[in-house]
Design a protein around this ligand. Sequence first.
Ligand code: PLP
Length: 292
Amino acid sequence: MSTPESTAPPILLSIAGFDPGCGAGTAADLKTFAAHGCYGIAAITALTVQNTQAVESVTNTPAATLRAQLDVLARDCNIAAVKIGMLGNRGNAMAVGEFLDATKYAHVVLDPVMKSSTGTELLDAGGIKYLATELLKRVSILTPNIAEAELLTGIAIKDLAAMEAAARKLVEMGARAVVVKGGHMDRAVDVLFDGTEILTLGSDRIKTTNTHGTGCTFASALAAQLAQGRSVREAATLAKAYVTKAIEKSYPIGKGRVPLDHFYRLRIEAPARGVHEVPQHGMHPAAEPAAH
Ligand code: PLP
């Protein structure tokens, strides 16, 4: 007999900032987890005031509160994978480092978020230093975009060869595996280095590049795939395919950048005229005996 526990989907933890427009951060992570059949839980590192147009302000969660959120969740749930995004400051980055040391989860994806695409600082200088020297050693895979990879390695990235060099350098710095995301280059090619081999992940050209929350979504999809037992290579390939499709299917929500459609797989074509949903017991509503 199945118990609630044996039928529960993998539980994934998002450690990220909250975007009230729900295109990036915590909300993007939870939508991505749900779209992959996983149950998401979340510790909030910062409360941002933003919409699709701009980040207006950021209030970082006090480190003690973040620590308490992480502890309360870890005590209660069997966490299959962790996705880390915006951390805000050094105190919160250190709280997460200590949490990872204490818990030793098998799958931890770190998206080293430093700035919003509109230029607002999402991690302070001390936090960047801690991430580069300590936090990246504690995770399974790091997913910087070009700007983040440049900042972490000091390598100027203009082409694929430089993306590879940066990926290798990040492994030398202590990361176990790295995906350098080339979404901001001419072609949306990502470079995966798992410490042994380099793999380039290509994709078709996408209709719009003015998207919001792409990095959060990729890292969360990667965590979901790893939690479900896929190899790093397979997980990265599938996560990229998911993000590409979610961008392709995106639709405007506000006046600014477009959030992805995390649930494009649920949007099915309208049924043909005259076809009704058949209830579970197999009878057409019209054929059901009238209630007396
Ligand atoms: N806001 C929050 C809370 C985030 O976590 C992130 C990215 O991780 C962003 C904003 C940045 O999103 P974007 O790169 O689409 O500006």
